[in-house]
Design a protein. Structure first.
Length: 280
């Protein structure tokens, strides 16, 4: 049975764990915080129950959950053929994870990152296997969103990319490939530019958050407006992504406006804190 390692039991890590277990993988879910592991497993169980209620599962929730092994020891991921990192969007945090994974995984194992904006090459350089490092950018909520953005680092081989594609397709995702390792890749650059401008429109009193989102949903056919999206993803996460992209680009396109920075400073981070552009 193929073994997948997932690092980080937050919303993204839990989602990647769930779809992997649903696809038949044995999943070792690692987080150094036991409480976070408990919350992640509960998130998975709740999600599976919702799918079961819609007759959207091919087997029981219990059978899927049995394929998930939670652990607070990164050494328990040693047998994984691919390990997917899904921790906070900060370079030094992810590099720490990659060093730890590189030390315990087999030399031919693939190290994947769920980053939405950080350069793959910068993560790969702290390992002894930069050719085996790849971006696998899933979208939230992972069990429902169909896309996975595969990103090549400077040294990522065709074989590694093929391994990542095989994994993503097996868990039910359609893949797009980013061939140049630029900050923000394709999807995050597009949504960040839209979110930044939407926040500026609200900040300057041009329109309300509700009307900006309605305009995007009904005018452009978006399933979710940009400000609803930032509330879902986390305002702090999006500001960090915007900063990473802005550092590589000229002009103000990706510069987070003062409104977003104040919200982060005030702890107003979206759904996870109960308040963002909307109340939850």
């Amino acid at each position: 049975m193929d073994v997948i390692g997932v690092v980080g039991a937050g919303l993204m890590g839990a989602g990647i764990t769930q779809v992997s277990a649903q696809a038949g993988y044995q999943v070792h879910l690692y987080d150094r915080d036991a409480d976070a592991l408990g919350r992640g497993l509960q998130e998975i169980a709740t999600s599976l129950d919702k799918l079961a209620a819609k007759d959207a599962l091919t087997e029981s929730s219990e059978a899927i959950l049995e394929r998930i092994t939670p652990t607070t020891s990164v050494a328990d991921l040693a047998g994984a053929s691919i390990a997917v990192e899904a921790v906070f969007e900060r370079l030094e945090v992810k590099q720490e994870v990659f060093r730890a994974l590189d030390a315990v995984l087999a030399p031919d194992a693939v190290l994947a990152t769920n980053t939405s904006a950080l350069p793959i090459t910068q993560l790969a350089k702290v390992t002894r296997r930069p050719e085996r490092v790849v971006g696998t950018h899933f979208f939230s909520p992972v069990p429902l969103m169909q896309l996975c953005e595969l990103v090549r680092g400077q040294h990522t081989t065709d074989e590694t990319l093929a391994t990542a594609r095989g994994f993503a397709e097996r868990v039910g995702k359609t893949c797009v490939v980013v061939n140049r390792d630029i900050a923000g890749f394709v999807t995050t650059r597009l949504i960040t530019a839209l979110i930044v401008e939407a926040a500026r429109l609200v900040e300057s009193g041009v329109a309300t958050a509700e009307d900006v989102d309605t305009a995007c949903r009904l005018g452009f056919g978006h399933a979710m407006g940009p400000l609803e999206t930032i509330d879902l993803v986390g305002i702090d996460v999006m500001v960090s992504a915007a900063d990473n992209i802005a550092a590589e680009t000229a002009g103000e396109t990706f510069a987070a406006p003062p409104l977003l920075r104040k919200m982060v400073a005030d702890g107003v981070l979206g759904r996870k804190t109960g308040q963002g552009f909307y109340s939850y």
